[in-house]
Design a protein around this ligand. Structure first.
Ligand code: NAD
Length: 247
């Protein structure tokens, strides 16, 4: 997909789905701006892809003040950011009656408030430029109430991301700012690859295609929404899930 002359922020771009998106942006001729808690991993991805094609910044997407500082610096450094991919996230697997307040707050802070804060910094600049593509990574857990790996806090955070995506899409549309979401199901990344064989097979047995996704298969849809191929799509939430959600 063509990203010529596009600056694209990918949060969590150092691993898994985010790394596949980062690689796709660079392959399409764009400049990838990785924002990740793990700076060393982000810098290694930049080295792999060529430091003229990708830049790493460290931020904790669970810390709003930190996000405002780092995203403000990115705007200063790059002038214009064309696309924002909100991909960084953590999973929470505790049964509902074992979720602590601290766990709830942490998951909501990173998975939902972090997405809000990142958009809130970029949206005014995109609106002023008359161009912006925002893609938020949610999860099938948001629609199904968990059921695969993530449980209540995770499902609630990702359901919030879906509502936020549609609201930003509605308000941004007249200004050339599109906002879409992608809901993956089980994807084989560092987030899930530690699951034992038995747990993995149990999840896979519920997926009509009978397997987990490769990160690239999720990245393809994210890249589509980040690119101009999706020029008339906004407020859309796409399941890329091997058929596990059919609504
Ligand atoms: P991953 O663990 O492989 O990568 C996550 C990246 O985010 C890492 O680089 C990590 O350092 C970074 N990160 C984590 N916490 C951060 C923070 N507080 N601030 C900044 N960066 C942080 O995960 P993945 O499987 O590629 O997941 C990417 C997205 O896809 C997440 O939002 C996740 O919820 C969603 N998702 C994943 C699956 C799956 O099965 N893997 C399924 C549905 C949705």
């Amino acid at each position: 997909m063509d990203f010529t002359n596009k600056n694209v922020i990918i949060t969590g771009g150092a691993s898994g789905i985010g790394k596949a998106v980062t690689t796709g942006v660079v392959a399409g001729g764009g400049h990838a701006i990785i924002v990740d808690l793990n700076l060393e991993a982000a810098q290694n991805v930049c080295k792999e892809l060529g430091e003229e094609n990708a830049t790493a910044y460290q931020a904790n997407m669970g810390d709003s003040e930190n996000i405002r500082t780092v995203f403000g610096k990115i705007l200063e450094d790059f002038g214009q950011v064309h696309c924002l991919i909100n991909n960084a996230g953590i999973v929470s697997t505790a049964p509902f009656d074992e979720v602590t307040q601290a766990e709830w707050d942490r998951v909501i802070a990173i998975n939902l408030t972090g997405v809000y804060t990142a958009i809130s910094v970029m949206y005014p600049a995109m609106k002023a430029a008359g161009y912006g593509r925002i893609v938020n990574v949610a999860s099938v857990a948001a629609k199904r109430g968990g059921g695969l790996l993530g449980t209540s806090a995770y499902a609630a955070s990702k359901a919030g991301v879906i509502g936020l995506t549609k609201a930003v899409a509605r308000e941004g549309a007249p200004y050339g700012v599109a906002c879409n979401g992608v809901c993956p199901s089980l994807t084989i990344t560092p987030m899930t690859c530690h699951l034992g064989e038995e747990k993995m097979q149990k999840i896979i047995s519920t997926i009509p295609m009978g397997r987990g996704a490769q990160p690239q298969e999720i990245a393809n849809m994210i890249l589509f929404y980040a690119s101009d191929l999706s020029s008339f799509a906004t407020g859309e939430i796409s399941d890329v899930d091997g058929g596990v959600t059919m609504d």
